[in-house]
Ligand binder design. Structure first.
Ligand SMILES: [Zn+2]
Length: 80
C-alpha cells in the first residue's frame, strides 16, 4: 500500500499516512473524494482548470498545420 503523497503547505513535508485503497492520498487529504460526479460538476471542474486554451485540440491542430506548412515552404526554398 502506498503512502499519502500530500505535502504540507508550511513545512513542505510529505504527509506519510497510509493512502486509502486505490488512491494516492489518505482520508484527510481527499482520499474519500470521488471527484465531480454530475455533468454540471465536471463542467465546472474543467472550467476551473482552463487557463489560456493554448493546448486545446483546436489550437494544437492549428499549430501542427502551421508547422507542416513552414516545413513545406522550407523544403521548396532549399530545393530551388
Ligand atoms: Zn495525507
Amino acid at each position: 500500500m502506498p503512502r499519502c503523497t500530500a505535502k504540507s503547505k508550511r513545512s513542505q513535508n510529505q504527509c506519510l499516512k497510509w493512502a486509502m485503497f486505490g488512491k494516492n492520498t489518505c482520508h484527510m487529504h481527499g482520499g474519500k473524494s470521488k471527484g465531480p460526479l454530475t455533468k454540471e460538476g465536471k463542467d465546472n471542474s474543467r472550467k476551473a482548470a482552463f487557463r489560456h486554451g493554448a493546448y486545446t485540440k483546436q489550437s494544437l491542430a492549428l499549430y501542427n498545420e502551421a508547422i507542416s506548412l513552414i516545413r513545406k515552404i522550407k523544403n521548396l526554398l532549399s530545393n530551388t
